[in-house]
Design a protein around this ligand. Sequence first.
Ligand SMILES: CC(C)(COP(=O)(O)OP(=O)(O)OC[C@H]1O[C@@H](n2cnc3c(N)ncnc32)[C@H](O)[C@@H]1OP(=O)(O)O)[C@@H](O)C(=O)NCCC(=O)NCCS
Length: 182
Amino acid sequence: MADHAAKFPAMFTPRLRLRQFEPKDDIGLYACLGNQDLVRYWDFAPCKNIQEARGWVRTLSKTTQPYSAIAWAVADITTDKCIGMVNYHHREAYRRKLEIGYILQAEHHGQGLMTEAVRMVMSHCIEQLKTRRIEAIIHPDNAPSIRLAKRLGFEFEGGPLRDYWRVGDRFMSPVVYSFIAS
Ligand SMILES: CC(C)(COP(=O)(O)OP(=O)(O)OC[C@H]1O[C@@H](n2cnc3c(N)ncnc32)[C@H](O)[C@@H]1OP(=O)(O)O)[C@@H](O)C(=O)NCCC(=O)NCCS
């Protein structure tokens, strides 16, 4: 327990390093959260400038305890440049459930990188945190995200959850996919 709180669970995949966010990741994260197209189906408004992205880097780097949320910077294994983010949040340890999120810079799409990253985070959640239920709450028009979730074994469970996300002055109604670790 104390170990988890003290030590960030950095992990490697064949092509990626999943590590704690650092100040140098502002540009990489801004390329994700500042890209209007990319965050079309995201549950927060796009970052308007690099300062906002820096604020997110600070917030995401603080989530080092395993109970409710952790965010990993997804970094290229050779350059250590941040190209995306994967996280879990809304963890309820007693119920052995949590929700995951992920975003990848557009220029790195179509290579299986985020599938690799999310698979690793799922393994961590299942093996280290003893999570049973993993939720992915996805906008029904977010086809790449739905394909990713299905590729990893998530199944459609229900929805839409009406006006579940508030993004600025709009509300969005996502659907629920879930994975049950047996
Ligand atoms: C969701 C998101 C990460 C998916 O990106 P992606 O590049 O499609 O996902 P991956 O990196 O896992 O790559 C998978 C794709 O690469 C292909 N691919 C190529 N080489 C591959 C390999 N070696 N291994 C696996 N897949 C490979 C797959 O076939 C797949 O393409 P397809 O979906 O057209 O069949 C991306 O669209 C994104 O960042 N969206 C914005 C943020 C967002 O909406 N997040 C979800 C919120 S719910």
